[in-house]
Design a protein around this ligand. Structure first.
Ligand SMILES: [Zn+2]
Length: 360
């Protein structure tokens, strides 16, 4: 269930090699599977060309020429033009070895809370902070599948907004960066889930009465930075992320007034700031918001608004794969082989539009 991200996909490259992209389950296995650049290169090739080589110039699908002393170069047998193995991937133009990227993907997908850029830099032995920060953000760009599914359908969803963030480290007291985030989470019967929800702190269970008895669990999640709580902001967010005819649970905020007309089964409750009622009606999304806040502060010590969507993408990626952590490594590299990442400049001046950051 949940995301098709766990699907293994076929591979016709290399004459009878194992057809799937695997995720190593431990450090010794990682060391065995990825001992050197060649091994990483072969994996990246399979991730980028799951159906075999495809020349981006002429469309030829014949196995490309390779060069012993320029192993990243692939030359089309038909038009003789060259392509870099990392072109149009998150690793494009990187000065770092592929092995470092693979270690990075393994670390960031294996550790339950993820890593700060500083921890990341130290673990990978990268000399400066910026390349480590940059790599982490590029890996986050690989945490949103292009054309991902809308959620809901047979499962109700809870929709709400929250302010996240606060004082950013090093900026002193009183300086705040509160950013508005909208969230949607599916409410699924627990019996369909394999075991307890590891996303919740140990022992914590959604406490619900009324319509949400025990036995429900959070399904897929979507989070997005939004500029305001207006109807014209919230409606496109719901439309882009939730299937029509889904039961959509919200508070009584007027921004959601029109959902019925947009084709949803709208269940609104006026909560009037009553926490008990809030937890009854929207228990899942409030637990998510609480965990998100704790993660942003605890692991990352606060996040600046212009980078927040990247962190939300990482949080959602891990949340939606929390029952299948071992597929996350392959997912990051598979998506990372298919999408481009922000340039260093775009990342720092904030002009890069994070995937998942568009409402429409
Ligand atoms: Zn060609």
């Amino acid at each position: 269930m949940v995301e098709p991200s766990q699907e293994q996909f076929g591979d016709r490259q290399g004459g009878g090699e194992n057809a799937s992209l695997s995720s190593p389950k431990s450090l010794p296995e990682f060391q065995r599977v990825f001992p050197n650049e060649d091994a990483c290169r072969a994996y990246l090739y399979r991730a980028r060309f799951p159906d075999g080589f495809l020349c981006s110039y002429c469309g030829d699908t014949g196995e490309p020429y390779r060069f012993r002393n320029r192993p990243d170069r692939l030359r089309c047998r038909s038009c003789k033009r060259d392509a870099q193995l990392t072109a149009s991937t998150i690793m494009q133009g990187s000065q770092l070895p592929l092995c470092t990227w693979f270690w990075g993907a393994f670390l960031v997908t294996s550790l339950t809370p993820g890593m700060s850029a500083l921890q990341f830099q130290k673990m990978l032995g990268i000399g400066r902070y910026e390349p480590a920060f940059n790599m982490l953000h590029k890996l986050r760009a690989a945490m949103v599948r292009p054309q991902r599914d809308r959620i809901g359908g047979q499962w109700p969803v809870e929709v709400d907004e929250t302010f996240v963030g606060g004082a950013t480290q090093g900026e002193g007291r009183g300086r705040h960066h509160k950013t508005l985030v909208a969230g949607i989470v599916e409410v699924r019967p627990r019996k369909r889930a394999p075991g307890p929800d590891p996303n919740l702190p140990s022992g914590q269970r959604p406490q619900h009465r009324g319509g949400h008895g025990r036995g429900f669990i959070a399904g897929r999640l979507r989070l997005q930075v939004i500029p305001n709580r207006k109807q014209e902001t919230l409606e496109p967010f719901v439309l882009a992320n939730v299937k029509q005819r889904t039961e959509v649970r919200t508070d009584g905020w007027t921004g959601y007034d029109n959902l019925e007309k947009l084709g949803y089964l709208h269940k609104a409750v006026s909560l009037r700031g009553d926490h008990a009622m809030t937890d009854q009606h929207l228990p899942m999304i409030h637990i998510v918001f609480g965990n998100l806040d704790a993660w942003l502060l605890g692991t990352h010590h606060g996040v600046s608004p212009k980078h927040l969507q990247g962190y939300l993408n990482e949080f959602v990626f891990r949340f939606n794969r929390r029952f299948w952590p071992l597929v996350a490594f392959a997912s990051v590299l598979r998506i990372g082989a298919q999408v481009e990442a922000p340039t260093y400049t775009a990342l720092y001046d904030g002009s890069w539009e994070h995937p998942g950051g568009k409402a429409g």
